[in-house]
Design a protein around this ligand. Structure first.
Ligand SMILES: [Mg+2]
Length: 411
């Protein structure tokens, strides 16, 4: 599967040295000086932000003030003023909303703009027009928010790579990662430069022979699956190819499973038994962790490239295999599948702790719950998918050729 051929539509905007630059914007006497915004003014106080000048000496966020002073004895200390930072955040949010209707503030100093469904009014849709917009945004920030405040902007086809791009040049960066330069860019990155790959995950990747980002990209999906035994393997496979899997707000936690299909299957009825198996695995884990889910997400990647996904938010949280299957099946039916599917995945997101019994809603709630738990117990003992609900059996019957799930099946 190659890199996403679509034009980049995602922009990640990050205020450089946010708290420190805002303090310098507010007080010109601090400009050009190494300053540190510190939680409290004592040697053990933690540095919340260092100005660009202080960073040049190696002062970093998270350091104790005493360590910062070791590097820069004349480091100027400023106490944080959250109102000031909120004021700038709101102002920037308002300015950005003039450029794009889909704005996602990620933190006080970070914004994601998604131009996917949004026409860039002032510019023709042409290659590089996102970069024009980015330069326009920088100019307007300078004019309307403050000449001392700079942002680093990253542009790409998905959020992950836009964020990586925004982190590459600081301050005042503008980097685009696309289908023609991604190989070059990947050579310059460490695994931990990818947002979400911490040292613990890097060690897992190392264990399967992945030490660099180009190796991560070249790796097969099954090799990544050996490192991340979850649907995340598939998501990373897609992220590295520039496909968006982070547009859905999965929240802190989600449960999911994916399966790479060796056969050439391209019909919903052929895929539904696989979907049923994935739902069963996911639902069992969901119940075991005592959660219910408002969101059900289905992702499909195609052999020979291309990717489709959709998350559906439900009016009430689902918990039973049959309910999750019903929702997932409805999502799957929306895909225009016209070529063989490479990988199918299901995730439950937007989780809530399993609600107490709602007897008024389901007459036989207690019975259903007992049944679900009993099925889980049997499946745990005798291997997954021994017991299926009626829905899943129906889906299985719809398939002409039985699909064998042997060893090396869904894990
Ligand atoms: Mg920042």
């Amino acid at each position: 599967m190659d890199f996403n051929p679509s034009a980049p539509t995602v922009m990640h905007i990050d205020i450089n040295s946010c708290f420190a630059t805002i303090e310098q914007q507010a007080n010109p006497l601090l400009r050009g000086l190494p300053i540190a915004v510190v939680a409290y003014d004592s040697p053990r106080g933690v540095i919340l932000a260092a100005s660009i000048e202080a960073k040049r000496f190696g002062v970093k966020t998270g350091m104790r003030l005493m360590d910062g002073r070791q590097l820069v004895p004349e480091l100027t200390v400023v106490l944080p003023d959250p109102d000031k930072y909120r004021f700038v955040h709101k102002k920037l949010n308002k300015l950005l909303s003039k450029f794009c209707s889909e704005i996602y503030p990620k933190s006080i100093d970070e914004f994601v703009l998604d131009f996917q469904s949004h026409r860039v009014e002032s510019l023709p849709a042409q290659a590089g027009s996102m970069q024009h917009v980015a330069r326009d945004i920088k100019r307007r920030i300078e004019e309307e928010i403050g000449e001392w405040i700079t942002v680093s902007i990253g542009i790409s086809t998905n959020r992950q790579l836009a964020k990586v791009a925004a982190g590459m040049v600081k301050p005042d960066g503008l980097v685009e990662i696309n289908g023609s330069n991604f190989r070059q860019v990947y050579k310059s990155l460490k695994l931990t430069d990818m947002h979400g790959i911490n040292t613990r995950y890097a060690v897992r990747l190392n264990a399967v022979g992945i030490h660099t980002v180009p190796e991560f990209y070249e790796s097969t999906l099954s090799n990544i699956e050996a490192a991340f035994r979850s649907v995340n393997a598939f998501y990373w496979y897609l992220r590295l190819r520039g496909y968006e899997v982070d547009g859905i707000e999965f929240g802190r936690k989600s449960f999911g499973n994916s399966y790479s299909i060796p056969q050439n299957l391209s019909l919903v009825r052929e895929l539904s038994p696989i979907l049923a198996k994935l739902v069963n695995k996911t639902a069992t884990r969901l119940r075991k962790a005592k959660y219910a889910a408002y969101g059900v997400h289905v992702a499909v990647s195609f052999k020979g490239g291309g990717f489709w996904h959709h998350g559906e938010r439900l009016p009430q949280p689902v918990f039973y295999t049959s309910d999750i299957f019903k929702a997932a099946y409805a999502v799957l039916k929306r895909v225009r599948i016209n070529r063989p599917v490479h990988t199918l995945s299901v995730s439950c997101y937007d989780l809530v702790e399993k609600p107490p019994l709602q007897l008024s809603m389901f007459e036989n709630e207690e019975k259903r719950q007992f049944l679900a738990q009993a099925m889980d117990r049997v499946n745990n003992r005798f291997g997954s998918f021994v017991l299926m609900t009626g829905n899943m059996l129906a889906a299985k019957d719809a398939v002409k050729d039985r699909i064998a799930f042997g060893q090396g099946g869904i894990s």
